[in-house]
Design a protein around this ligand. Structure first.
Ligand code: ADP
Length: 162
């Protein structure tokens, strides 16, 4: 097994859904780069460094995982890293249209790069960082969605938000 892959995303913040996909990809690929997109247009709650630190902590027991960040097109980043597999997670049907469009756009830009979709465990299939931020701001218990240190960071960050 010598194939390497990239799992790009905002990870704002990392959830058990992301970790589930990382573990599945890690079983298939010899090296996985989890790449945090800067994505300023999405106005992330956490800085790139905070997102990287949380991912590093959440994956510290996993082998052959590299956490990195990138700005710009994921296909350019993949080419720079000499990797031709992009991993994405699909949850509900609602993800499908957007993910399909993005995968086909990336294929048009870079025909040699393949996107592979992985499905999470059912119990995470409705979990998103966006919904998590909304429920956190309403004071919900998030222990079944994110590691305790992420919940703490999330609540601290939201408490500081005007
Ligand atoms: P992006 O802004 O690139 O969509 P996200 O961090 O929201 O960044 O998601 C990164 C990838 O992880 C996407 O492919 C998304 O579908 C997938 N993903 C996010 N949450 C889950 C989850 N709960 N289960 C499976 N895949 C997920």
């Amino acid at each position: 097994m010598c194939q390497r892959a990239i799992y790009p995303g905002s990870f704002d913040p990392v959830t058990y859904g992301h970790i589930d996909i990382i573990k599945r990809a890690q079983e298939i690929f010899s090296e996985l780069i989890v790449a945090v997109a800067h994505n300023p247009q999405k106005e992330p709650l956490f800085t790139v460094k905070e997102r990287i630190d949380m991912l590093t902590k959440a994956t510290r027991d996993l082998k052959e995982i590299v956490i990195d960040d990138f700005d710009g097109l994921v296909v350019d980043y993949a080419r720079k890293k000499k990797i031709n597999v992009i991993i994405r997670g699909v949850r509900m049907i609602s993800d499908f249209e957007y993910e399909f469009q993005m995968a086909l756009t990336n294929r048009k830009l870079s025909p040699d790069i393949e996107t592979i979709f992985l499905m999470p465990q059912e119990s995470y299939s409705y979990l998103s960082s966006r919904l998590l931020k909304e429920t956190a701001s309403l004071g919900a218990d998030l222990s079944c969605f994110v590691p305790a240190f992420v919940e703490k960071a999330l609540k601290k960050k939201l408490a500081r938000k005007p």
